[in-house]
Ligand binder design. Structure first.
Ligand code: GTP
Length: 280
């Protein structure tokens, strides 16, 4: 009887270890290549070695379980296998939760139409950048970009085409600015670019480069949205503002960018207006 229990515990331990390999395999597919993934490969190799060890135990100690104390080792083997299985299942569940939370967090800060950061993130990030610029005496500029006569596009071709144009513009801006710049939707058809550690002269040059890039690169319109229209030319008006004497906080920075952008509209659109002194 003892002999049966001992070998039974070890045999179930083998099955549990084999089952424990499944969550490890799934976990590995969730992880990007790198050290954690490699570590899980190492762990699955260790489980293989355990399985071989368990398998070897049965024939080696066959018939040697005569008293109750002889069950200690098989019991430890069994509990060890339970432990490995539970840890692997929990690790998989945790990895899935973390991944899900990362997706939620990304969705929470992303505009669903434009695919860039949303207003919530913009405000949080701008507050951080203003605090950093103020604390370390660094330069900080923002660009407010608004599509000219966007209402006409919506009215003529419909809102879905308007959405595609907005998305195309957002992508063009993301591709034109530095990776350290932050591109976010400020409002309806307004996009803001935060350019940390950037003096007004450089920000103005970037604004002009963006304006020109938009003017020169017609945005593609998918055939299923509009049969006759495959490309759309748009222009933008850009307001530039900088942190410093004329804007001592986030509110003033946004106000100045807004004022400069509306001045660009008044002056005929498709232009850049810099709303701060050249030495800022
Ligand atoms: N398709 C689409 N349109 C939007 C979205 N958000 C705002 N709009 C539209 O953007 C247009 C903004 O129009 P206006 O503020 O009058 O400005 P405009 O026609 O661009 O003219 P100017 O800015 O003066 O050059 C409105 O028609 C809004 O409905 C959006 O997410 N998708």
């Amino acid at each position: 009887m003892l002999h049966f229990i001992a070998n039974g515990l070890v045999a179930v331990g083998i099955i549990l270890q084999l089952l424990a390999l499944r969550p490890v395999r799934r976990l590995i597919t969730l992880l990007p290549p790198g050290r954690p993934r490699f570590s899980w490969y190492v762990l699955s190799s260790l489980i293989f070695i355990f399985i071989i060890g368990y398998g070897a135990y049965i024939p080696v100690f066959w018939g040697s379980h005569e008293q109750f104390a002889d069950l200690v080792v098989p019991a430890v083997f069994f509990l060890g296998a339970c432990f490995v299985l539970v840890v692997n299942l929990l690790s998989l569940e945790t990895a899935r939760d973390v991944r899900y939370m990362a997706v939620l967090e990304r969705e929470n800060i992303t505009d669903p139409v434009l695919g860039i950061y949303n207003r919530r993130y913009l405000e949080r990030r701008l507050a951080t950048e203003v605090a950093r610029a103020s604390r370390y005496g660094m330069t900080l500029s923002v660009l407010l970009i608004d599509i000219d006569h966007f209402k006409r596009i919506n009215d003529t071709y419909g809102h879905p085409v308007g959405d595609v144009v907005l998305r195309g513009l957002a992508q063009l801006i993301v591709n034109t600015v530095r990776t350290t710049d932050i591109v976010a939707r400020y409002g309806g058809e307004e996009i803001m670019v935060i350019t940390p550690s950037t003096p007004v002269k450089t920000a103005a040059q970037l604004a002009e480069r963006l304006r020109k890039a938009v003017e020169e690169a017609p945005l593609a319109i998918p055939a299923d949205l509009h049969r006759e229209l495959d490309k759309m030319r748009i222009t933008v008006s850009v307001g530039v503002a900088c942190f410093g004497r004329q804007a001592v906080d986030m509110k003033e920075l946004i106000q100045n960018a807004d004022k400069a952008m509306y001045q660009a509209k008044r002056e005929g659109r498709n232009r850049v207006v810099v709303g701060c002194a050249p030495d800022a």
